[in-house]
Ligand binder design. Structure first.
Ligand code: FES
Ligand code: FES
Length: 153
């Protein structure tokens, strides 16, 4: 029996130690907002937070997550989905098909938590998630808007 703290709730489940965290989150725990894109840590669709840091869950084996670490998925980012990034995303209609967007939002939220006023160069360097719909300009605008709002509370 394995145990993880996901979105503030301790969950127990059966899984092999080498199971990627992405599949534990989706299959064992049943939170399907975190997406599978490439499976090789390239696209960022599977991004979640571990102790506040953005990680690509497809490439994190269950055995490497310590029981005390806090995992947050898109479902647990903010009550009522009202994180500044989510509000900016809604205001600017950032998503197109939406598939990559949970990962985009999680990566962006982690960036702003670490660096509340990133420069455009820093955003481009840090947010390397892939979007097949090409929403990159709106993602950039969304992060800038969320950063401005974060400053004004
Ligand atoms: S599915 Fe994890 S980075 Fe693409
Ligand atoms: S919105 Fe469609 S893949 Fe990004």
């Amino acid at each position: 029996m394995a145990r993880l703290n996901v979105n503030g709730v301790v969950r127990e489940f059966d899984a092999e130690p080498d199971t990627p965290l992405l599949w534990v989150i989706r299959e064992q725990i049943g939170l399907t907002g975190t997406k599978y894109g490439c499976g090789i840590a390239q696209c960022g669709a599977c991004t979640v937070h571990i102790d506040g840091a953005a990680v690509r869950a497809c490439s994190v084996p269950l055995s490497s997550v310590e029981p005390g670490q806090k995992i947050v998925t898109i479902e647990g980012l903010a009550p009522g989905a009202d994180h500044p990034v989510q509000k900016a995303w809604a205001e600017l209609d950032v998503p197109q098909c939406g598939f990559c967007q949970p990962g985009m939002i999680m990566a962006s939220a982690a960036l702003l938590a670490q660096n509340p006023r990133p420069s455009e160069d820093q955003i481009r360097a840090e947010i390397t998630n892939i979007c097949r719909c090409g929403t990159y300009n709106r993602v950039l605008a969304g992060i800038k808007l969320a950063a401005e709002r974060g400053q004004s509370g």
